[in-house]
Design a binder for this molecule. Structure first.
Ligand SMILES: [Zn+2]
Length: 327
């Protein structure tokens, strides 16, 4: 598959050393496997996001934002990528979409001359794991909650987990999984990766850089829209509420939260959203107590004062209704 040369890559080639040119050529061979990667990930994507084929990545720029001496986040298209750099190597959280991998790797090379050692997947959605196979080929160890591996493997085998995975598929799967938490000790930080139950999906991980006091929240916490509860992936609204409470409990006024989508925030933003969630959930409960159906709840304007800021509430209200009705 030929790749269009865009201005960023041209600039990189012009400025690069012979060593980096060799890396680039190696990567071009590696990236010929893109089409296979895309077809497998697109299969998974069908249920949750617009398919990759519908998206144009050629104009996407990867923009690094520095948070501390060692920690950055990369903005491109898809979930915010967290990055820790330093003497111990590059540690990355999420990897957006496969067609962006080369630009992401170029950006990492500009930030650090150390190898990419670990990629954490905060959850299974294609805009967070799409680059897994490419990062695996670069030698990264992919780490995630066990439910993420199960979901991604099912995407490759159409849900038949007894079907053998090819080596090419395995390289994009988490090869280290955990159920509760796992800790990394890198680049002067103790990095606590932990699970707090179902929320956005059934495999959401939070990544807490303890010394730097920064938490990557995956898509459980976002600043761009109402919470997205991916019910098909085992998500629950009440799990998202519980996760906000947990994040507030383990953090302090100086903690910076790096959301899956949106801007770096403090406890103030989480607290404000949490209060809104509880207000909305109380209203839905009252509506259920009054005998209202889901259609009536959706038409009742229960979130009217919030919608201008947060958008369409239907998915969230549906999740809240369905969870409360079976309690
Ligand atoms: Zn997501």
């Amino acid at each position: 598959m030929s790749k269009p040369i865009n201005p960023i890559i041209q600039k990189t080639i012009a400025a690069t050393s012979i060593h980096k040119m060799m890396t680039f050529k190696t990567r071009n061979n590696i990236f010929k496997a893109f089409s296979r990667t895309l077809s497998a990930v697109a299969l998974l994507a069908l249920t949750v996001e617009p398919t990759i084929a519908q998206q144009d990545f050629s104009q996407v720029e990867i923009i690094p934002h520095q948070l501390t001496d060692n920690i950055y986040y990369l903005e491109g298209q898809g979930g915010n990528i967290g990055v820790s750099i330093g003497e111990d190597g590059v540690f990355m959280i999420d990897d957006q979409f496969a067609p962006l991998s080369e630009k992401i790797l170029d950006t990492l090379e500009e930030l650090s001359d150390q190898p990419l050692r670990f990629v954490i997947n905060t959850h299974q959605h294609p805009d967070h794991i799409g680059g897994n196979q490419n990062m695996g080929r670069e030698g990264a160890v992919i780490v995630a909650h066990e439910n993420v591996r199960t979901a991604l493997a099912a995407g490759f085998t159409s849900g038949d987990l007894n079907r053998a995975l090819t080596a090419d598929q395995r390289i994009g799967l988490p090869i280290v999984t955990f159920t509760d938490s796992v800790d990394f000790h890198l680049n002067g930080d103790d990095i606590h990766v932990f699970y707090n139950g179902s929320g956005h999906t059934n495999g959401d991980s939070f990544v807490f850089f303890r010394q730097s006091n920064i938490i990557h929240t995956g898509d459980v916490f976002r600043t761009v829209a109402y919470p997205r509860v991916d019910v098909g992936a085992g998500g629950t609204f009440h799990g998202i509420v519980a996760s906000y409470e947990k994040l507030l409990e383990i953090s302090d006024a100086n903690t910076r939260f790096l959301p899956g989508h949106g801007v770096v925030s403090t406890q103030t933003e989480l607290l404000s959203q949490l209060q809104m969630f509880k207000t909305i959930a109380r209203r839905v409960q009252n509506a259920i107590d009054d005998g209202m159906s889901l259609e009536q709840v959706l038409a009742a304007g229960l979130t009217a004062e919030y919608d201008a800021r947060w958008g369409d509430p239907e998915g969230m209200l549906t999740a809240i209704f369905n969870e409360l009705i079976i309690r």
